[in-house]
Design a protein around this ligand. Structure first.
Ligand code: LLP
Length: 427
């Protein structure tokens, strides 16, 4: 969040509101999102890519109706990957033509809903899906705009579970062995489909532009092959999301304008070399937009020093509101935000209240040695893939998301209640 400041007493405030007040009003744990920061990041991406390109925010990072409205107001499009995300987007008034529908196994019902709604594009992920979407579109008397997602064979240097463009994984259709060319051949033949381009997403939390270079180059090569074989120049390419953010001071993220310049240049160069018109580019940043804009606020419950090891600090949330540390060994920082302290730093591990020892929020950090129950601590950069991957493990109640802006705070996703849990339990 960009509007974070500290009062002389050491209380941190965001959007002009002190966290102690936020905790009183909204409780903990809770996610606080800096609306002005979110909008500023949307604008930075929009402006970096200009009118020649489209920016699709990846809703899987975090989606709610308020977020959809912010995106639409800031001129962004939206990438959804499930019927639930599609329903949220449509409910909040995102025009269907600004929506891209992704996923490696969209159900027939989801596809039908998307085609009926008139989504701008469906990104096809397999041969079966090419036939399935064509069939549904024909049955509905539509011609659905589609892209084909290809795997370009790039090893993105990120965690195995979030790398997606190497060959041995479930997404997309391989360029290798002529698979992608065959997919294009089939799609071009089907009346229900209007093939508008090729899509490639190489992974997530990436800092090195080299993978995008290779990806763009190989996608343009495919466009050239398609032109040679079919005499058609596909008008669009999508290079996916995946731009990394700073979770700790070791991370050095690229700015949107650097990314836009690099991608535009590579695509222009490769197209010139192949004698192709430059296609319209689109990108799908999720984390890079929402990740840095929010933090999680926790209250310290217990402080347990383990002689010679470290001190375990238990908070009132845990792996149910941030699974990323347990799942990807993700790194986070943490700060005492409800007061200042002159105490020496002590080595801590911030853990949750769940019934397993892997329930770690911040693996290694330093907090003041006088940390005590009742203190508020904040974990920054939790805007992406924390609330959206939150669970009810141990019947935890998923925390609210509160938008702060210019001295005002409002709940955009409310805290779950025990009634919410019991309502689903109909036995
Ligand atoms: N486009 C496609 C097709 C994707 O699959 C994804 C992410 C994105 C865009 C957005 O990527 P981003 O810009 O947010 O990195 N749960 C993991 C991340 C999984 C990402 C899945 N796909 C995590 O917490 O790191």
């Amino acid at each position: 969040a960009r509007t974070v400041t500290r009062t002389p007493e050491g209380v941190v405030s965001v959007g002009g509101i002190e966290v102690t007040r936020l905790a009183e009003e909204f409780g903990t744990p809770a996610y606080f999102v800096d609306e002005a920061d979110f909008r500023a990041r949307c604008r930075a991406w929009r402006e970096a890519f200009g009118s020649e390109a489209d920016v699709f925010y990846a809703g899987k990072a975090f989606l709610s109706r308020a977020v959809v409205r912010w995106l639409h107001e800031e001129g962004l499009n939206l990438d959804v990957c499930s019927g639930g995300e599609l329903a949220t987007a449509l409910a909040a008034g995102m025009p269907a033509e600004n929506i891209a529908f992704h996923g490696n196994n969209k159900t027939p019902a989801e596809i039908e809903r998307a085609v009926e709604a008139g989504v701008g594009r469906i990104v096809l992920d397999s041969f079966q899906e090419i036939a399935r979407v064509a069939h549904i579109a024909e049955r509905l008397g539509r011609r659905q705009r589609v892209q084909i997602r290809v795997t370009v064979g790039v090893e993105a240097h990120t965690h195995e579970f979030i790398a997606t463009a190497h060959e041995d994984q479930k997404f997309g259709i391989a360029l290798a062995g002529g698979q992608a060319a065959e997919a294009v051949r089939r799609a071009l033949k089907l009346d229900g489909l209007e093939l508008i381009g090729i899509h490639s997403h190489i992974g997530s939390q990436i800092f090195d532009m080299a993978g995008f270079e290779v990806s763009a180059r190989r996608v343009v090569q495919l466009l050239a092959e398609v032109r040679d074989e079919h005499g058609v120049e596909l008008p669009e390419i999508d290079l996916g999301g995946g731009l990394g953010i700073a979770y700790t001071s070791d991370d050095d993220p690229r700015e949107p304008h650097e990314i836009a310049e690099a991608l535009n240049e590579i695509v222009a160069r490769e197209c010139a070399a192949a004698g192709l018109r430059k296609p319209r580019i689109s990108v799908e940043p999720g984390r890079a937009i929402v990740g840095p804009t929010a933090f999680t606020l926790y209250e310290v419950g217990t402080v347990k020093p383990l002689e010679g090891l470290r001190t375990y600090v238990s908070v009132d949330g845990g792996m149910s509101d941030n699974i990323r540390t347990a799942l990807y060994d993700a790194e986070y920082t943490v700060a005492l935000v409800s007061r200042s302290s002159d105490a020496e730093p002590m080595l801590v591990r911030v853990v949750g209240k769940h019934c397993e020892s892997g329930d770690i929020v911040v693996r290694d950090a330093f907090l003041p040695a006088d940390l005590a129950p009742g203190d508020l601590i904040a974990v920054p950069a939790t805007g992406a893939y924390c609330r959206s991957m939150a669970s009810n493990y141990n019947h935890a109640l998923r925390p609210p998301v509160v938008a702060v802006d210019d001295g005002a705070a409002r709940v955009i996703v409310r805290r779950e209640t025990e009634e919410d849990l019991l309502r689903l339990d109909v036995g």
